[in-house]
Design a protein around this ligand. Structure first.
Ligand SMILES: [Zn+2]
Length: 398
């Protein structure tokens, strides 16, 4: 089997730091890792030399709607190829394809397309048979995040009001079946009737129950956490705001160490000091950096679709016809730079888009980490945290 040997001035796994390090990749996986002197490689053994650079795990995005001009709900092989290639250029090597509230039959059609694509690339890219994925450098779709329809009418953001639905285990199961069992995250507003039962059903189905698009009080959120909810979707955004007498959903999430909170760190959705409050309160181990990126990501300003409605992008900020924020054009490399710019140590910031999302998704050890046995998803960063090279499951970088 062909191997690729990478030499980097520094490797952040991210929990360990290896200076003058070597990574050996075979069949899409990391098969060797260590200091150059320990690896006993002949001179000229290196296929890729990242001098002056830091190699880190590829980024894992738990909330993304599209990129490169396309939305996941288009769900054709060609559009999914375009999205996964576009985000890989910014360091995202695996992601959870996120839907927007839409009529159930339309959502099911999208889910079927995404699931077919995931299954097709599972076999093509299977490191066990040593066949490289024919797409080249492209993020792996790990599954689906259902953002809606079981969300609050009051805090719906840009989700179309006529597509919202009361929590229903039956509808949830219909969506899970359409996605061939590949639903990874379900966003629910805890205050809706039936939400707690739905959260329990999601946990039972090994789906991460996430709190989002919600007007829940502190107590209603606590009940959702007791029922098994463990994640909060675009924290602060589309949530009942915090006040000192009514801490609400924000207060409940800030004070619970079991619940991870994703934040859109584009400095438009959430102001820098509010991100500092989040991290200062929860610590660095329960905050995830997610993009909430839409089709316009990596594209010029103009008109795009989000799910099945129109949004306009001006100066990189996406809004619907009423002027409400409609997802972002954020890429995770920029999120990393923004958070480091707020004073977060690089290793802590890296964890927020690698090991921590991987752990939340149940793929720790395989994604978001540089370790023997993990997928060869790698990013080479320049000293100013720009992307110098990307490898997805053994493809690329060189
Ligand atoms: Zn949202």
């Amino acid at each position: 089997m062909n191997s690729t040997v990478i030499h980097a001035s520094r490797i952040l796994t991210p929990d360990d730091e290896i200076t003058d390090g070597v990574i050996v990749v075979e069949g899409g996986q990391i098969t060797g890792l260590g200091h150059r002197d320990e690896m006993r490689l002949p001179p000229g053994a290196f296929d890729y030399v990242a001098t002056g650079m830091t190699v880190v795990p590829g980024f894992v995005d738990v909330h993304i709607h599209g990129a490169g001009g396309h939305d996941f709900m288009e769900a054709t092989p060609r559009t999914l190829d375009r999205i996964t290639a576009a985000v890989a250029r910014h360091g995202t090597t695996s992601l959870v394809a996120t839907t927007v509230s839409a009529p159930i039959d339309e959502t099911c059609r999208s889910l079927k397309g995404i699931a077919r694509y995931i299954r097709a690339h599972e076999t093509i890219g299977d490191p066990a048979d040593g066949v490289a994925d024919d797409r080249g450098v492209a993020a792996e779709i790990l599954g689906v995040h259902l953002e809606g329809p079981f969300i609050s009418r009051v805090r719906r953001g840009v989700h179309p009001i006529d597509t919202l639905a009361a929590p229903s285990i039956e509808t949830f199961q219909q969506l899970v079946a359409a996605a061939d069992g590949l639903v990874k995250i379900l966003t629910v507003a805890p205050e809706l009737p039936g939400a707690l039962e739905l959260i329990a059903a999601a946990v039972e189905a090994k789906v991460v129950a996430a709190i989002g698009h919600t007007d829940a009080t502190y107590e209603e959120t606590r009940a959702a956490i007791r029922a098994g909810a463990r994640h909060a979707v675009h924290f602060y955004n589309a949530m009942r705001p915090f006040t000192h007498r009514d801490p609400g959903v924000v207060g409940a999430i800030l004070t619970d160490p079991e619940v991870t909170a994703e934040v859109i760190a584009d400095l438009v959705h959430v102001a820098g000091p509010a991100i500092q409050v989040l991290m200062g309160t929860k610590g660095f181990d329960t905050v995830l950096l997610a993009s909430d990126g839409i089709a316009a990501t990596g594209m010029p300003d103009g008109d795009y679709r989000l799910g099945n409605f129109e949004v306009r992008v001006k100066d990189g900020v996406a809004r619907n016809a009423e002027g409400k924020l409609a997802g972002s054009t954020l890429t995770l490399d920029r999120a990393l730079r923004n958070v480091v710019g707020l004073g977060v140590p690089l290793v802590s910031a890296l964890r927020m888009l690698t090991v921590l999302p991987a752990r939340r998704l149940g793929v720790a050890g395989k994604k978001g980490i540089i370790a023997v046995g993990a997928d060869a998803d790698l990013v080479a960063l320049t000293p100013d945290l720009r992307i110098a090279g990307v490898m997805t499951r053994g493809a690329g970088l060189a």
